[in-house]
Design a protein around this ligand. Sequence first.
Ligand code: SAM
Ligand code: SF4
Length: 444
Amino acid sequence: MHPTQTPKTYRVKSFGCQMNVYDGDRMAELLAEQGIAPAPEGEDADLVVLNTCHIREKAAEKVYSDIGRLKREDGSSPLIAVAGCVAQAEGEEIMARAPSVKMVVGPQAYHRLPDMIREASEGRRVTDTDMPAETKFDALPRRRRSGPTAFLTVQEGCDKFCTYCVVPYTRGAEVSRPHADLIEEAKRLVEAGAREITLLGQNVNAWTGENARGQTIGLDGLIRELAQIADLARIRYTTSHPNDMTPGLIAAHGEIDKLMPFLHLPVQAGNDRVLKAMNRSHSAESYLKILEQVRAARPDIALSGDFIVGFPGETDAEFEDTLKLVDAVGYAQCFSFKYSPRPGTPAATMDEQVPLAVMDERLQRLQAALNRDQYAFNTATVGKTCTVLVERKGKLPGQWLGKSPWLQSVHFEADAQVGDLVEVEITSAGPNSLGAVVRMVAAA
Ligand code: SAM
Ligand code: SF4
């Protein structure tokens, strides 16, 4: 495409968290509304949006190599926009280092993409990393398409300032989207085919809003209202902070059938000195107490978490506390990472950065324990009957794939279609998935 032409096709590539996936979908909807079509599989797009993630290292290097790969054989490039958290944190540098990038757009400014594309098509290079007071959501088009599972961002940003984390700087302060907008977006997603909605936020359980009766409610109140949408079968939420696990939200797990028995509650480490240095504002004990209450409300709940190994100054003995916490919880699935210094965060300049070899060894030990527990959790579901939401076809003829209430992938043979809720009996368990036989299919 010549740089002074309006793009006809686009491709959005999202990296990182589910919130970026949500943002990527919204950008795609925005572009479609401008008459720009998704590029057919395997074909070059006139416009490429790289929706980046900055949470761990090599993020920026990855962006530059992606930009390099977009160069065509004749030396030309598509119109490139860098979006997301790397754009927010390193926008100026990207513009200076990568002349083929014509647009840099931060996570709070992507509703301005259509204007930016117009400017870029006229040959200008544009940056917008503002965090405007008015919300981008008001400027986005109404939801018109959805698969059986959909994301819905209800809250953005973070005021917690964990000392290792870049999110408060790239996504800005904690903001809850208004209640009425969320109910409306959820209804539209369900009309468009969603049977499961996952509510998203960097601190999703910090969401608060005013309901139609003018009462201030928390995430549990929002979930209760969403559960009234008849064709919505399942509700999930992620990611939560232990400090925002209110008694109401804990109780909701025992009271709302549509709220799936799964909780992702990151702890990061099992040692209190490390947790304090991370500015987590909870202890290992207070975290375990919350899980105990959640389990009392919903005994079959699957627990999940995030861990960081090798935070500056973490000793061998302190790391052992993380392993002890893992043993005490018995997680169903987790994410674990080596600490990665993020420019501008307090931990990046702390003394005693842990050597990479030590972090590697700790991560291996931690992941061995987490894999052991995940397999044990999966094995314990064998013989249980549960519903599975059909998401897509499997590799074998007649095979379908979906998720159990506990967020495990389940494969089975059935005369079903995407969006069906299928009652199955779990017959086998592997480390990452379950096999099942069908008992009953409830059509979408
Ligand atoms: N708000 C959530 C919370 O408090 O747990 C998590 C948000 S963050 C996008 C997802 C995960 O990335 C964190 O839970 C943490 O485990 C990991 N993470 C964040 N910063 C990191 C860093 N500098 N190095 C390694 N992992 C990091
Ligand atoms: Fe990052 Fe901590 Fe905020 Fe989670 S709570 S987004 S880890 S600063």
